[in-house]
Design a protein around this ligand. Sequence first.
Ligand code: ING
Ligand code: ZN
Length: 299
Amino acid sequence: MHLAIVLLWTLFILVEHDLFPHSNSELVTQHYLGMTYENRPMYYLKISQPSNKAKKIIWMDCGIHAREWISPAFCQWFVKEILQNYKTDPKIKSFLQNLDIYILPVLNIDGYIYSWTTERLWRKSRSAHINGTCFGTDLNRNFNGSWGSIGVSHNCSSLIFCGTGPESEPETKAVARFIEKRKSDVLCFLTIHSYGQYILTPYGYKTDLASNHQDLKAAVALKEKHGTNFTVGPTSLILYKNSGSSRDWAHMIGIPFSYTFELRDKGAYGFILPPDQIQPTCEETTAAVMTIIEYVNQK
Ligand code: ING
Ligand code: ZN
């Protein structure tokens, strides 16, 4: 139940500092994105400083995989950090003049709830297939980027089942439709997973490098916090190939910067990250994401 602790604590901090969206409506607003398979509404948070200037968009989603509990915890932590510091931190102040940040705290809500109530290590969504004999699509294999070609399964009992077609799942479709509509304004697409301690760049489905591949200062900023080592590189070269990931898809439709984070740890505890690592993980990841935002803002 350790995530309950951090969630309650985050709520507590929000209340204590009077940081709930309603009281920060000049900075954070909540918007409807779509419905999950089990008919739960998906909401994203828009962090935006009012201005007449046209702004670019940073997208960040957490919790596309149910069991990766540190990921949704991080998205919430990140919003808290912005709210606590945007009035005083010159770096945040400055990038909020050019950028809006859109955050989806839990993409796979059905799977996330299932991992709390029924099966801690559930990964996929909860859609029913073949007359309800098997459940769940790997939403990070369901995007329309070389869909179904490599590093996937077409068998719905597999952990990496890619669905019955590109964007066959409502959660995938909701995110894809939203990004497509704004794609000329989206500067950077971030998607947060665990575990492994990587920052992964496109592509996953082929070994070609993204046109803008470069070493990121983000891993340096991350390590400065608590000494944690992260490896940076293209998925297909440093891990294994996969297709239909949101990161590849985002870059393929023309979004200049697209990264997958794999947060702590490297396998000692894996998905069951101990409570005492929640805060340091959120702190170091905040440093890395802030560095990426500054970097893409200067490009
Ligand atoms: N990893 C991601 C996954 O969808 C990934 C990203 C893809 C890593 C391919 C390595 C290779 O599998 C996790 N942990 O979900
Ligand atoms: Zn994952």
